[in-house]
Design a protein around this ligand. Structure first.
Ligand SMILES: *[C@@H]1O[C@H](CO)[C@@H](O)[C@H](O)[C@H]1NC(C)=O
Ligand SMILES: *[C@@H]1O[C@H](CO)[C@@H](O)[C@H](O)[C@H]1NC(C)=O
Length: 387
């Protein structure tokens, strides 16, 4: 019987080990299931739908390995991340707008801007970068002695970007400046100061024109040498006339990594292929697209009429200016971007502000100096706040 007892014991042990084996096997199956499938493939709880997956399906090996950033890029990104994540809603007691004028010297529409600023002292600061002549006499007290130390600007070269950064840096010294608007001597305001101030101070983004143009005047100006920092898919085109929040102004003047790539590889005649590269149409749109793509509205606040298809937008002189012409600019609420390919593609987007469609443009260019008298008559009757 001993044997029988023994075999009973034996078979009991067999049963135990079999049980263990099955248990381990099922644990293995469960673990494998949990690791390799998302439980949410089968469950549909709120937790799963809200995307709070605790265990994720292993990510398939990427075809293109994630790029390792250079030391310089890490530094640039670290500083940008910190600046962008500060609590910017805490404004200085009186927040100001920096109006930065870029001109060779003259400011033909000084009287119009004088009217625009009148009565709003303390809410703006004017900076003038006069690249050719800093001795031009200003008539308006708002513009007197507002020139910053400037350098000559050769159109189309990095000098234009340098002048923009010079203005931004100078204006950043005043910690009350919260928004920074770049204007040219050909610009006029389309609305009154109150509307411009409200529009900018309550904006959720900066206003930098930016779009993808696969054509010769867009991607055609990109050079592979700009890699790895600037990838072709990050290349953007836009207009020079920016209006940026303080946080973007800081990272623009601080940047040297991306700026240096433009300095070296984006200039007229640098190489067959991109000999038309003008840094001021690409640097800030591309840089902000890389560092803070959601931070800009991808549109400029300065109207320009490109319908003539020339290198410069249409210039409005005294003979072709009517109140109707200016009002047409004021009521535009949709932005249009046209690519430079053949055939050109047109992209339209509503101009959003405060969650609703609003006028796209607060300023307009270009106006010939002879338009001054007509503008002085027209503007006071139509330039006011639509709010
Ligand atoms: C600079 O201003 C002076 C006096 O207004 C003028 O005579 C001269 O032509 C100007 N120079 C340039 C380069 O515009
Ligand atoms: C601007 O374009 C970028 C893509 O470059 C996009 O991520 C961003 O959401 C756009 N901004 C707005 C306000 O639509």
């Amino acid at each position: 019987m001993g044997r029988g007892k023994g075999s009973l014991l034996e078979s009991g042990r067999h049963g135990f080990w079999l049980g263990m084996l099955i248990s381990i096997g099922s644990i293995f199956v469960v673990v494998t299931y949990v690791l390799y499938f998302q439980p949410c493939d089968f469950l549909s709880s709120e937790l799963c739908r809200s995307g709070t997956h605790i265990i994720r399906r292993p990510v398939p090996v990427a075809v293109v390995p994630e790029r390792t950033f250079t030391d310089d890029e890490i530094t640039a990104r670290a500083v940008a991340k910190d600046v962008l994540s500060r609590r910017w809603n805490e404004r200085p007691p009186v927040a100001k707008i920096a109006f930065m004028f870029m001109t060779p010297g003259p400011l033909p529409f000084e009287p119009i801007w004088h009217e625009f600023f009148k009565g709003h002292e303390g809410f703006f600061t004017i900076y003038v970068h006069a690249s050719e002549n800093s001795t031009v006499e200003r008539k308006s007290p708002y513009f007197t002695a507002r020139e910053i130390p400037s350098k000559k600007v050769f159109g189309g070269r990095i000098d234009t970007v340098d002048a923009e950064r010079r203005l931004l840096a100078r204006a950043l010294l005043d910690s009350a400046n919260m928004f920074f608007v770049l204007l040219s001597e050909w610009c006029i305001p389309l609305y009154d100061f109150n509307y411009v101030y409200t529009y900018l101070m309550n904006a959720e983004t900066s206003f930098v024109d930016s779009f993808e143009d696969p054509g010769p005047q867009g991607r055609g100006r990109y050079l592979d040498k700009m890699q790895p920092e600037i990838r072709p898919e990050d290349w953007r085109k836009g207009a020079q006339w920016i209006a940026v929040h303080r946080k973007h102004a800081i990272i623009i003047v601080w940047d040297h990594v991306y700026y240096n790539k433009f300095r070296r590889f984006c200039k007229p005649g640098v190489e067959q292929g991109n000999f038309n590269c003008v840094p001021h149409e690409h640097y800030i749109p591309t840089f902000l697209h890389i560092i803070d793509p959601a931070g800009t509205a991808n549109r400029s606040l300065t109207y320009a009429d490109w319908s003539e298809g020339k290198w410069q937008p249409r210039s409005f002189g005294k003979d072709d200016l009517t109140p109707h012409e200016i009002m047409k600019m004021q009521v535009i609420e949709t932005i249009t971007h046209k690519t430079s390919e053949q055939p050109a593609a047109t992209e339209r987007a509503p101009c959003m502000w405060g969650g609703k469609q609003h006028p796209c443009y607060l300023f307009a260019r270009r106006f010939k100096p002879d338009a001054l008298e007509v503008l002085k008559e027209i503007l006071p009757n139509i330039v006011r706040s639509p709010l």
